[in-house]
Design a binder for this molecule. Sequence first.
Ligand code: NAI
Length: 280
Amino acid sequence: MNRIGVVGCGLMGAGIAEVSARAGMEVVVVESSAPAAEAGQARLTKSLKRAEDKGKIGSAAAVLERIRLEISLDALADREVVVEAIVEDEQAKTDLFTQLDKIVESPDAILASNTSSIPIMKLGVATTRPENVIGIHFFNPVPVLKLVELVPSLITSPDVTERSRRFVQDVLGKEAIDCPDRAGFVVNALLIPFVLSAIRMLESGFADAEDIDRGLVLGAAHPQGPLALADLIGLDTTKAVADSLYEEFKEPLYAAPPLLLRMVDAGLLGRKAGRGFYNY
Ligand code: NAI
């Protein structure tokens, strides 16, 4: 596999394009407009320059040469694998998969989504080849975190799953785990209720934020506590994933606590807003 397409060059799409180009693949990235493509190019350049400065790659310019930014999906016609990383919106993603189905020529091409919560089956049935559609869920920051969740739907072909596994493991050098096509997959289904429990603990006055986080860092060897982690993920994203888990399973442990809802309403979204459970 050598020709990869990525749709969306935001936080995740740029990361996926970067690791693919660093692995020697030839990458076409499609953004929705010229300004968005310029922003994507700037994001890629900054990240690769940083990797070069840290000595993680030889030449940022050489990697950038393997990445082409485009604003028309037609540029994806000859791709062997396309990874979609646009906004987490079901209608936008199903529309995109319907278009990709018409544009990507090879009948063997893998059509993958980086979605965190939308059922892969819904994206598959938006195409005439649902057996080629799979979830390949990367973690943020993509160049740093090793894990990829592989999410075949009920009708994804075993051959597509295995080729996707080889792509993430052998080509990109990541570690893959197999996940069911259910909201949250494996990692978020465990992580989000843990974060929500910490928020409930804070909300009820059971313990303060510093003690909750220090407890998990010092007592359970977590690299950061659950409230600092929520600030990093973004409280809006935390709420969105909790909502999709609750919608799927109807279990109280997935219900977003009122404190989280009020903080999202107030715009206290964590690190990116300068304030969440902590000030930045
Ligand atoms: P983002 O908002 O940073 O990037 C989305 C990009 O897609 C934007 O640059 C936007 O211009 C572009 N876009 C929107 N519609 C488009 C279209 N029709 N065609 C081409 N480009 C289009 O979002 P982010 O965080 O990169 O998330 C992308 C996907 O990755 C979502 O499905 C999200 O759930 C998933 N994800 C996010 C993680 C995170 O930590 N942020 C982690 C793992 C998965």
